[in-house]
Ligand binder design. Structure first.
Ligand SMILES: *Cc1c(COP(=O)(O)O)cnc(C)c1O
Length: 482
């Protein structure tokens, strides 16, 4: 459903489902939230879920299942080898993508591990529209390097371009000329480009880019983890595709690639992953890695119950009503905050709404983590948990200085089918309040800084008593009980 029309008011996004099972939420009083924030070292990853009102950290593994997904879990066929569940999964994926060779894995990064382990040699290059944290880490660990060839305008935060994830075809040609086709392990295109704000890539662009790769004999790989949002955007933003069904679009996209992998923590609304391989030889070459690192070839580290659920989830992904909901709620959130003057990444993409923290708290120096400070302040002022995507998520330069990120964002993820419109309105309201009180937000510094992936487990403290001042202002407006 593109959008339900209203008679007497501006349209709002609509939940195309009803609630059958619920989980109670609690909104701790602001004083307790301040204490929890100190205990978590001002790192939202270290908060306990029970202390959070709106958990917008990620869309990974926290999407709501449907009644049909839960029902399917009951018929899971428990077997170490030859589970009927695996064959059902394989069949469903073949029906959707037209590829029959499936390597099951425990999650998305496991696919990246196996692909790169098999295909990337030291000195090799992997062409991408943009990197994802885990995809890049696996390649660089093996001595390869990543060329991010997204169009320049994809990195402009405020924009009205429909497909900011598009790869720059001139840059692709230049890169192949410079590196030599033989040195390019593969071309990886990421649907719903995560780290630039869940921004889509057009069918036309994927087609043109993969054609160039094929001319040079370069393997083409699709990271389909966020494909469902991207399918919605192709259907609604790409004129030549608007009369195609979601299933037809999916098949057209799939036909462009030699390999398709996904995290089923996102694609399929469950938990797991898989690699689809068109070429039989390549498929058999990679089988060994599954038995070595994941599990037997008919479960790959996944629970068969989750596999049954995701089979139904894949089918539901072909339903426009289902895949519309995330992007429409995100669009509403981004549009409203933009209208209220809050600097946002526009247009809204899939995955979540992204606040441009460098603009919001421009008084906080990059070395004091503007996005990290803003995301901590947001938990304090509303019990909302977002994720820092900026300098704090980078690793330091070899000389110990900060590596300043190109974008400094707070991501408010919208797990699929989870939040209602009133909860979304609450988030909009608290973000606006915080924006109007942004001068009260101060910086952070590390008290415990791990060497790798410091954003997961590092602990920080405020550089002044700004959290207490911010709390006083909050209590003045909302009272101490919320
Ligand atoms: C989440 C994600 C991954 C990794 O998947 P996990 O299941 O979290 O390991 C890879 N690529 C993209 C684009 C993702 O969003």
């Amino acid at each position: 459903m593109p959008e339900i029309k209203f008679y007497n008011r501006a349209p709002v996004p609509m939940e195309m489902h009803k609630v059958k099972i619920v989980q109670k939420l609690t909104l701790l009083p602001v004083k307790e939230r301040l204490q929890k924030m100190y205990e978590a070292g001002f790192n939202t990853f270290l908060l306990h879920n029970k202390d959070i009102f709106m958990d917008m950290l990620t869309d990974s593994g926290v999407n709501a299942m449907s009644d049909n997904m839960q029902a399917a879990m009951l018929r899971a066929d428990d077997a170490y080898a030859g589970s009927e569940t695996f064959y059902r999964m394989q069949q469903k994926l073949e029906e959707i993508f037209g590829i029959s060779y499936l390597l099951p894995t425990h999650q998305g990064r496991a696919c990246e591990h196996i692909l790169s382990q098999h295909l990337v040699k030291p000195g090799n290059c992997v062409i991408m529209n943009y990197h994802f944290t885990t995809s890049k880490a696996h390649i660089t660990r093996l001595g390869g390097h990543v060329e991010e060839l997204v169009k320049d305008e994809g990195l402009v935060t405020k924009s009205n371009l429909p497909f900011k994830g598009n790869i720059d075809l001139d840059k692709v040609r230049a890169c192949i000329a410079k590196e030599g086709a033989d040195n390019i392990a593969y071309m990886r295109l990421e649907a719903g480009t995560n780290l630039i704000g869940g921004q889509p890539i057009s069918y036309e662009n994927m087609k043109a880019a993969t054609e160039i790769a094929k001319e040079h004999g370069i393997l083409t790989v699709l990271d389909a983890s966020l494909l469902q949002d991207n399918l919605y955007f192709i259907k609604t933003r790409e004129d030549s595709m608007k009369d195609k069904t979601v299933a037809q679009i999916t098949r057209m996209v799939a036909d462009l690639f030699d390999v398709i992998y996904f995290s089923a923590r996102k694609f399929g609304f469950a938990r797991g992953g898989g690699i689809l391989v068109r070429d039989e030889t390549l498929f058999h070459e990679m089988e060994d890695y599954i038995t070595m690192f994941e599990g037997f070839l008919t479960y790959g580290g996944m629970s068969v119950k989750e596999m049954e659920a995701m089979i139904v989830g894949f089918e539901e992904t072909m339903d426009l009503d289902v895949i519309s909901q995330g992007p429409q709620f995100i669009a509403h959130c981004v549009r409203e905050l933009d209208r209220l003057g809050v600097p946002m990444v526009t247009p809204g993409g899939g995955l979540g709404a992204h606040i441009d923290a460098r603009e919001v708290v421009s008084h906080i120096p990059a070395e004091q983590y503007p996005a990290g400070s803003l995301v901590a302040a947001l938990y304090l002022c509303g019990g909302i948990r977002g994720m820092e995507r900026g300098t704090l998520s980078e690793e330091r330069n070899p000389d110990g200085t900060e590596h300043i990120a190109s974008v400094e964002m707070v991501r408010l993820a919208f797990p699929r089918r989870v939040f209602t419109l009133s909860q979304t309105e609450y988030v909009i309201d608290r973000v606006k309040w915080l924006y109007d009180h942004r001068h009260l937000i101060g910086g952070l510094r590390f008290v415990h800084e791990p060497k790798t992936l410091r954003f997961f487990t590092g602990k920080l403290e405020p550089v002044s008593d700004w959290p207490e001042k911010l709390m006083e202002a909050y209590i003045a407006d909302f009272g101490a009980d919320q």
